[in-house]
Design a protein around this ligand. Structure first.
Ligand code: NAD
Length: 508
């Protein structure tokens, strides 16, 4: 059970310096997508003063936290993971209530968040530098990894727990402090997680959460010079704006953006297994996943068989509230998403796509029946833009050459999948497709300790998760340490490239 002392959210407050701090900003209702009358919470559209207070708190806490030994920071993160585990059921219900995803997925997401967190906690014992042989005698040359400073974490609504944890955990383990701005659709899971981190023993000011509109709160965070780095996950359009704002003041960015992820089906012993892999990767979070498979490219010879299986499967997927028994496809997160998804399907049909899934009865509200569009050509809008809903397009291709060409013919480059037993073919596909992550003979499901990210307009900066976390959340410092043993004063001599010192170092 949630600890009522720490987790009960007293509407209209931010989390600053480990306390719920009232805001004078307008209150914004977080609504349950499965029940328009259910107000899950009211959070502030924070003011400039709120954001200022959060940044100041993080700045103030930075020196102490950076000095805290890495393994000790790791102990706090592990306690946080334990507390998430102890409160998992209540957190999962909160997440389903504010975002809409099926309860089983919410539980799975929290389990995944814990795994990413535990990997990050272990990094506290592995913040390695290097020693470099010194050309000058009597000098020790080494590198250390230092925190970059105050990090702003800006997250989307589709993964209310994983998205914040994926930024907070690595930022903290490497000694940074954080200001988190969660999406306005799903701030309550993030606030509950912050309260648990306080209970785990996090010192004041190390994590601060301010809620509000991206155009206001997000912009302020990206423009503030005290924010050393912005780790942003969201749409490519907003990512571009964030990048421009941070670049102007020479800050660091990590951008995890949208995708138009393709699966190419070349051959398979069992097309039913392929269809199940594609369906699972396409439909989770009601298709509102950055790595959702949203387009299938299939070899002409097997296309009719695959489309028939997919159509049968998708026609039977149970649509309903996330907390109802048997639900596989929950509501879309809000009205704007519903309008966007239905608009894309309408446009696809107008442009010549054929809908294979029948009209069927689904509950009223923000639901959209899982939809397959066949005979989609590469130039149609539905083949090129991120739909972010339970929609799968089918494009028939001659061979792997055409498939690779079409996979690469988009602005995105996040994930791609290929199904074939031909090793040469899959190696070629994985080398020639421009995507950050390639999945062979399975859907686009990633693992919690493996680097994650995209290329082209799907991402910029270091990948997140696993080994690559240190690339964004630390900076390198080089130390030249001259010690007495073996040290010799340098004597100027003339060398081929001008003046050098006899100990081999450059006079610069
Ligand atoms: P979004 O870009 O609308 O918003 C993301 C976050 O940015 C929110 O917190 C929002 O308030 C904030 N924001 C909005 N305008 C801003 C501005 N001008 N400056 C700073 N912050 C601003 O995205 P969304 O609708 O919440 O999420 C869906 C998108 O996220 C999809 O495109 C999806 O593919 C992408 N996504 C990518 C990944 C990944 O790892 N690559 C993961 C999840 C989601």
């Amino acid at each position: 059970m949630l600890d009522q002392q720490t987790l009960e959210y007293p509407h209209g407050v931010n989390f600053i310096n480990n306390a719920w701090v009232p805001s004078s900003g307008e209150g914004v209702e977080t609504l349950n997508p499965a029940d328009k009358d259910d107000i899950v919470g009211i959070v502030p559209d924070s003011t400039r003063e709120d954001v200022e207070a959060a940044i100041s708190a993080a700045e103030h806490a930075l020196p102490g936290w950076a000095r805290t030994p890495g393994p000790v920071r790791g102990d706090i993160l592990r306690r946080w993971s334990d507390l998430i585990g102890e409160n998992l059921e209540d957190l999962a219900r909160l997440m389903t209530r504010e975002m809409g995803k099926p309860l089983a997925e919410s539980r799975g997401e929290l389990g995944r968040a814990r795994m990413e967190l535990e990997y990050a906690a272990g990094e506290g014992t592995r913040i390695h530098g290097t020693t470099i042989p010194s050309r000058a005698p009597g000098q020790l040359v080494y590198t250390e990894r230092e925190p970059i400073g105050v990090v702003a974490a800006i997250t989307p609504w589709n993964f209310p727990a994983v998205a914040p944890v994926r930024k907070i955990a690595p930022a903290l383990i490497f000694g940074n402090t954080v200001v988190l701005k969660p999406a306005l659709e799903t701030p309550l899971t993030a606030l509950a997680l912050a309260a648990l981190l306080r209970e785990a023993g996090l010192p004041e000011g190390v994590l601060n959460v301010v809620t509000g509109r991206g155009s206001k709160v997000g912009t302020q965070l990206t423009e503030d010079r005290r924010i050393a780095g912005v780790s942003f996950t969201g749409s490519t359009g907003v990512g571009r704006t964030v990048n421009e704002a941070v670049a102007r003041r020479m800050g660091a960015v990590q951008l995890e953006l949208g995708g138009k992820n393709a699966a190419y089906v070349h051959s398979a012993e069992d097309l039913r297994t392929v269809a199940a892999e594609i369906t699972s990767a396409a439909i989770q979070a009601t298709g509102q996943r950055c790595t959702s498979i949203s387009r299938v490219l299939v070899r002409e010879e097997i296309a009719d068989d695959l489309v028939a299986i997919l159509t049968e499967t998708w026609s039977g997927l149970q649509v309903g509230p996330g907390d109802a028994e048997g639900t596989v496809v929950g509501p879309l997160v809000n009205h704007a998403q519903l309008t966007k998804v239905s608009g894309y399907v309408r446009q696809g049909i107008e442009e010549g796509a054929v809908r294979t899934t029948p009209d069927r009865q689904i509950p009223d509200g923000l639901y959209y029946a899982p939809t397959i569009l066949d005979h989609v050509t590469r130039d149609m809008t539905v083949a090129r833009e991120e739909i972010f809903g339970p929609v799968l397009t089918i494009t028939r291709v001659k061979d792997v050459d055409e498939a690779i060409d079409i996979v690469n013919d988009t602005d995105y480059g996040l994930a791609a999948a290929v199904f074939s037993e031909d090793l040469d073919l899959v190696m070629r596909f994985s080398r020639e497709t421009r995507a950050g992550m390639i999945h062979v003979n399975h859907g686009t499901v990633s693992q919690p300790h493996v680097p994650f990210g995209g290329v082209k307009e799907s991402g910029l900066g270091a990948f997140s998760i696993g080994l690559t976390n240190a690339d964004f959340f630390t900076q390198t410092k080089v130390v030249y340490l001259k010690h007495s043993s073996g040290s010799q004063p340098g004597k100027a001599v003339s060398g081929r490239r001008g003046l050098t010192l006899d100990n081999g170092t450059d006079p610069a």
